[in-house]
Design a protein around this ligand. Structure first.
Ligand code: XIL
Length: 312
């Protein structure tokens, strides 16, 4: 079979996967290196990973992923700079004032984006800023800095690496609804203010048989605003155990997501959140669900893999 990355390249697109640095050898490294044209560190670039103690940095896994990507002629999608989860406890429990938090965030973005300047194609700068009803999520950032933290983070990231594409990324924004419309309105307003925003990431942690019917329409409306769209964390979970009916439905679901992206020129990237069922966050996060990726536990392609290939 033609590798997914070659199929995607022929359409001017990128196909990616989230990875864990320590696993990038053997069969896992083979699949990651040959099938995909982009890697996203699944955890390695989060604040809690890179600065577990204030002022003391651990770039080991992030560096390893960047080096692997360069050796395999792959892009890296940086993930993520500003989020409410997986922050170090010194930050969340530090009792900092809003002014201090603003300056800590600026330093964090400077340090991390600066370290990888020229090596990161796109950054998920802000992750998951919205509630389901389209209001801003109450987080350490919003509660202390107001919604302006988003424009500031983008501006600081752009200053640290002017060539990186800057994204806002969220989940449950794949179809047209209140949450995706809030994201749409935010992007429109940021662009009107001249804030550097290049794209939106639709995470796409989906459930079997529930690909939103308005996915392509939603991608198109963001494209029409003048930003790129990436499917950043695609997985499609099913109740376990998997059976052939479910795996066949999953193939159709993966195919329809990739086809929706393929149909819109500005949809530039489809990234899966772990390529193998044995490496997926799903079973640990959604009890009773699993088998959410295109490869099985032993790195053999599932029907879902062929669904992706057929749509590329
Ligand atoms: C997940 C990782 O895959 C897990 O290993 C970790 O325990 C929790 O975070 N949305 C995101 C990702 O933006 O960063 C999350 O990744 C999954 C949901």
């Amino acid at each position: 079979d033609t590798p997914l990355r070659d199929l995607a390249a022929a359409k001017g697109k990128v196909v990616g996967t989230a990875v864990t640095g320590s696993k990038l050898t053997g069969a896992y490294g083979d699949v990651a290196g040959t099938q995909f044209s982009s890697l996203t560190p699944g955890n390695a670039m989060k604040w809690g990973s890179v600065e577990p103690t204030r002022g003391s940095f651990d770039w080991t896994e992030a560096d390893q992923i960047v080096a692997f990507a360069q050796a395999h002629h792959q892009q890296v999608r940086g993930h993520t700079l500003v989020w409410h989860n997986q922050n170090p406890s010194w930050l969340t429990n530090g009792g900092f004032t809003p002014a201090q938090l603003g300056s800590l965030l600026h330093d964090h973005i400077d340090t991390e984006v600066g370290r990888y300047k020229g090596k990161i194609a796109a950054w998920d700068v802000v992750n998951e800023p919205f509630n389901e009803d389209g209001t801003y999520r109450s987080t350490i950032w919003y509660d202390n800095l107001g919604s302006g933290y988003i424009a500031n983070a983008l501006t600081w990231a752009h200053a640290a690496d002017p060539d990186a594409k800057l994204y806002i990324n969220d989940y449950n924004v794949e179809g047209v609804d209140a949450k995706s419309t809030a994201l749409y309105n935010l992007v429109r307003s940021l662009k009107a203010q001249g804030v550097p925003i290049d794209g939106v990431g639709l995470q796409a942690h989906l459930i079997l048989g529930q690909v939103p019917s308005t996915l392509q329409q939603n991608i198109q409306r963001f494209a029409d605003l003048g930003v790129d769209v990436a499917i950043t964390e695609l997985d499609i979970r099913m109740q376990t155990p998997a059976d052939s009916t479910r795996l066949t439905q999953q193939k159709a679901d993966f195919k329809s997501v990739v086809a929706a992206c393929a149909a819109v020129t500005r949809c530039v990237d489809v990234t899966v959140w772990g390529f193998a069922d044995s490496d997926s966050w799903v079973p640990g996060t959604f009890p009773g669900y699993g088998a959410a990726t295109p490869y099985d536990d032993n790195y053999a392609p599932k029907p879902a893999y062929y669904g992706i290939a057929e749509a590329l």
